[in-house]
Design a protein around this ligand. Sequence first.
Ligand code: IMP
Ligand code: MG
Length: 215
Amino acid sequence: MTSYLQIADDEKGHELDLFCVPRHYENDLEKVIIPHGLIMDRTERLARDIIQDMGGHHIVALCVLKGGYKFFADLLDYIKALNQNSDKSVPLTVDFIRVKSYCNDKSTNSVKVIGGDELSSLSGKNVLIVEDIVETGRTMQTLLSLLSECNPKMVKVVSLLVKRTPRSSGYRPDYIGFEVPDAFLVGYALDYNEYFRDLSHICILNDQAKEKYKV
Ligand code: IMP
Ligand code: MG
């Protein structure tokens, strides 16, 4: 059973005034739902769990851009720290893929994978896919079926967030940081039409901001 930190539907979150939030976003956010420090603490533990399961074999960490870049960088720092400070260590290489499925605050049916020709190099490897958030599960299922054509030895998926939503296909990643309510979240590299990646905490976007940054 995958364990994760559950953020309840009635979680009130934290007032923005209690944290440092960029001035340019002050009026766009409802609440801080996961402060940066908590993200880091949970990520440290995910690194330990992953190494315990996958350790011993060379791991190719595959970052799903752009939303996954912060989590990817921090998770790998923790994995590196484990490698540096224990008797056992595992070689780690990195790869990057770009996936786009969202317009405004809605997941679209088409999942576009950019950089797919790089995937053939994953043949015979132990692959760790690093994703920011799983909502319907469509992005990950598309990526997993593409990847299986390249015959990797093992594929595991870690997602920082999983959304509790009736739109879910039922897909669950192997490792989950937090399970979150069905709201549109931004920050820590999660975006709304490319904005809010430059925000450290994970926050709930307010309705005015959805209009303001609509495309
Ligand atoms: P899925 O294919 O519906 O599972 O959606 C996954 C992708 O949609 C994620 O990788 C994100 O890029 C994006 N996404 C889903 N929910 C959110 C959200 O609340 N904020 C920002 N991006 C999201
Ligand atoms: Mg993503």
